[in-house]
Ligand binder design. Structure first.
Ligand code: ATP
Ligand code: MG
Length: 745
């Protein structure tokens, strides 16, 4: 099915249609929320194909999440047919994996390279810190990693850093002791260099490297660069406001903007500088602001009609964002009419806030027939989900939580994946060392140190040292026997995996049984282990599903999907009714829309976040996050707050969010304006329970009056049964080639 041009632009407004059809080397579609940017981007691809402007293989489309990529491919399939399935529609990270797997050899990366997640990276930094004698109380692995990530997002090379800060250090140097240098910069430079050195030795990359090393590759190898410059005739990037410097350079390199041959690919970027919310991950708003200067002959098309929200919701969003300085004012309007007023509710505490929301959801469902899946609850930080979940469970309402501890971060899953990773890439020391004594087989820290010492002395991988066990000498007999057992286990598993007859799911099964992982848990009395067994069986199902959706499924390919999975991938795809209310952070909600949205925790210190309140630029970013939140709503928006919220196990009095004040008064219909604390201050007795709250479904006793509730309900870390949480279904994972990472981009 190839659609005609009329079909592809017929239902678009004039600037949208212009953007779809524009011919030129650089196009910026800048526009406010819900104005059809993503829709236009998709149509533009279909249009280019329908006009014979390019083959499907000549188009590179970048989305911010896997899920967005899958949806875009889905829509393209509907517009242009099954060729869409083979197109490069993915996140930056997935596209880079594909490039590095194919061509990474040129910069020393074997195609079977491992992708380390945050936990793996922390392990690696801890190993380095121990070897270099770094005080991890003063320089936490997290802080070090965040610094390394900053360097990478800005394409600051470790060699340069080292030359500037610690020219005497050689990566891989043995017996070096940093101690506590007065100069933290030198320490960071040394760890950065050592970290890259060990990643390279392990044939591994971290998430930031996926971008940075691809740029390195394109700059280092003219043939590879030329290949991609000729391959891609169109590069299109959604959510461009959240690209960092490395991603910006990547786009330039792929298009060949600075190459001697001149720009080859035409670039289209789409974004809204008011929705830039990833500065903490290096996103640089200037990428979009400077687009016209950065790309020769650039054209900008502004979209001003919003198709998503009512005028009331847009007025609120516009009023809030207007408080940010140095932005170009936008004229966003909608033809959808004024709509219902925003509903406000001030609760005495987080529990009451949650209970009120649950009551309102039940009411909307019963009285107005609103589907649960049409409602979403959003919050600033994951920790806020707890009271909301409790309220929904108490009310018997179905919900799905997006985010939180993800499947692939669970200990048992990470263990199983570590085996698979170690099978694919035996140089992967972090994963090899992780599984050495998992399940317990008498190979403790002493044994690990003996092997690591030999490996380091001979500059070989950890597993290489085990293979040469007989040469190590001075190994206690028992330890030697155990190491031999481990070596045989791994050799057996690698042989099994190398047999083309064995599919990824077979290999998972083999690993689970031969390693003893499954047995150890089945024997355990710990009730938690029962659910771990379930998770492991789930992993096998995920692998089986991956095989069904992927021609020529390989173990390495499967590992990729598990490495790049993101929070947003847990969401059901468009058109699929989950039958559940969705709970998620505001960051995860980017690009999405729901008929009914609850913005919760609208308090100073919660949202805006306490860290941001002292800093003008961070406050501006929080405000953009508020703008994102408000503009997710199509028909109805709720804003709620609690007068008291538990933080760090302490009950704190919370002032209303300044963002609430920034919404014009007439737009909000307050069901309850003042909460317990303020009401008591105002001389009212008796807490709440007055008839100003419309849904008086609870008595005073449920919540305790005023501020006098006990702290015990707060700050406890206990979690509830996984049964009540519909956290994920196997189907969200490993679905075909639709991997990539939103929250990590
Ligand atoms: P965001 O800034 O949140 O990413 P966006 O600018 O990408 O939003 P889309 O998600 O593409 O906007 O569109 C918002 C909604 O408006 C979608 O439901 C989309 O289908 C609808 N829409 C966009 N353009 C039109 C149009 N011309 N006619 C009808 N509906 C449209
Ligand atoms: Mg969009």
């Amino acid at each position: 099915i190839v659609r005609s041009a009329d079909e592809l632009v017929g239902d678009l407004n004039p600037p949208q249609a212009e953007a779809v059809q524009y011919r030129g080397p650089a196009l910026l579609i800048g526009a406010g929320a819900g104005s059809g940017k993503t829709r236009v981007l998709t149509r533009r691809i279909a249009y280019i194909l329908s006009q014979g402007g390019a083959w499907p293989s000549q188009i590179l489309a970048i989305t911010f999440t896997n899920k967005a990529a899958a949806e875009m491919r889905e829509r393209l399939s509907a517009l242009i047919g099954p060729v869409a399935q083979r197109m490069w529609v993915s996140t930056f990270h997935s596209a880079c994996v594909r490039i590095l797997r194919r061509d990474g050899k040129a910069i020393g990366l074997d195609s079977g390279f491992s992708i380390y997640d945050t936990a793996d990276c922390e392990r690696l930094v801890k190993l380095i810190a121990a070897d270099l004698n770094i005080d991890v109380k003063r320089y936490t692995p997290r802080a070090i990693l965040s610094r390394i990530s900053d360097y990478k997002n800005n394409l600051e090379d470790w060699r340069t850093k080292l030359r500037e800060q610690a020219p005497d250090y050689r990566p891989g140097q043995r017996g070096y002791r940093i101690g506590n240098p007065g100069n933290a910069e030198a320490l960071y430079a040394i760890v950065y260099a050592e970290y890259q050195h060990r990643l390279a030795a392990a044939n591994a990359v971290d998430f930031d490297d996926l971008i940075g090393r691809t740029v390195e590759l394109l700059r280092a190898d003219p043939n590879v660069a030329a290949y991609y410059r000729h391959k891609f005739r169109f590069i299109l990037v959604d959510e461009y406001q959240d690209t960092n410097h490395a991603q910006y350079v990547l786009v330039r390199e792929l298009a060949g903007v600075d190459s001697p041959d001149g720009q080859q690919a035409w670039i289209t970027v789409v974004g809204d500088s008011d929705q830039s919310i990833y500065a903490f991950r290096g996103a640089d708003i200037r990428n979009i602001q400077d687009f016209e200067q950065d790309f020769p002959n650039a054209k900008t098309i502004m979209l001003e009609q919003n198709y998503r929200s009512t005028q009331t919701i847009l007025d609120a969003a516009n009023a809030v964002i207007a408080n940010n300085e140095g932005r170009k004012p936008k004229k966003l309007w909608t033809a959808l009419g004024k709509g219902a007023p925003i509903t406000g509710y001030a609760a005495d505490n987080a529990q009451q806030e949650a209970a009120w929301i649950a009551g309102e959801i039940a009411r909307l469902h019963a009285e107005e027939g609103t589907a649960y899946s049409d409602m979403a609850i959003m919050y600033r930080a994951n920790a806020q989900s707890r009271s909301l979940e409790e309220a929904l469970i108490n009310a018997g309402l179905p919900y799905q939580l997006v985010g939180g501890t993800r499947f692939y971060e669970r200990r048992e899953i990470k263990d199983a994946i570590a085996y698979l990773q170690a099978i694919v890439n035996s140089a992967d020391d972090v994963n090899m060392r992780r599984i050495l004594n998992v399940p317990k087989r008498g190979l403790g820290a002493r044994a690990e140190a003996i092997v690591a010492g030999y490996a380091e002395a001979n500059a070989i991988p950890f597993y290489g040292a085990i293979e040469r066990l007989d040469q190590i000498g001075d190994v206690p007999t028992r330890t030697a026997n155990q190491l031999r057992g481990f070596r045989d286990l791994m050799a057996g598993l690698r042989a099994f995996a190398a047999d083309p007859a064995n599919k990824p799911s077979d290999i998972v099964a083999e690993v689970l049984s031969k390693s003893g992982l499954l047995d150890e848990m089945k024997r355990s009395e710990d009730p938690q282990d029962a659910s771990r067994v379930e998770n492991l069986s789930q992993l096998q199902s995920v692998a089986a599903e991956f095989e069904q959706n992927t021609p020529d499924a390989t173990l390495a390919g499967f590992l990729e999907t598990t490495a790049l999975v993101a929070d947003s991938d847990q969401l059901p795809s468009e058109g699929e009714d989950s039958g559940k209310v969705t709970l998620m952070t505001l960051h995860t909600a980017k690009g999405l829309e729901y008929p009914v949205v609850f913005l919760t925790g609208m308090e100073q210190g919660t949202f805006p976040h306490s860290r941001a309140m002292e800093d003008a630029s961070e406050l501006a970013e929080e405000r953009r996050l508020a703008y994102v939140g408000i503009t997710r709503a199509k028909r109805r928006l709720y804003v709620t707050r609690a007068a008291v919220r538990a933080q760090w196990g302490q009950a704190n009095e919370m002032m209303p969010s300044q963002f609430l004040d920034e919404i014009p008064d007439g737009l909000i219909d307050w069901k309850r304006r003042e909460a317990g604390v303020e009401r008591m201050r105002a001389g009212w007795q008796g807490g709440f329970g007055d008839d100003d709250d419309e849904f008086g479904g609870w008595g005073d006793d449920d919540f305790g009056g005023g501020t006098t509730f006990g702290g015990s309900a707060y700050g406890s870390s206990s979690s509830y049964g996984s049964g009540s949480r519909s956290s994920f279904g196997g189907s969200s994972y490993g679905s075909g080639s639709s991997y990539g990472s939103g929250s990590r981009s």
